[in-house]
Design a binder for this molecule. Structure first.
Ligand SMILES: [Zn+2]
Length: 55
């Protein structure tokens, strides 16, 4: 479980857009134009461009 306020502080490293937490998939997804998906490992978002999945 990730704190909602934490998610609101995160930004996409690629396009600097806002992100949302998809609890079912355990990913942080960019809601901006790039749509990068960052993995959540053991409840910790890995906001690394090298680990992001590109749509
Ligand atoms: Zn983005």
């Amino acid at each position: 479980m990730i704190d909602r306020e934490l998610v609101e502080l995160l930004i996409c490293l690629n396009c600097k857009g806002a992100v949302e937490h998809l609890e079912d998939e355990q990913v942080i997804r960019c809601v901006g134009e790039c749509g990068y998906r960052y993995p959540v490992v053991n409840g910790i978002p890995h906001m690394l461009a090298s680990e992001a999945l590109h749509p």
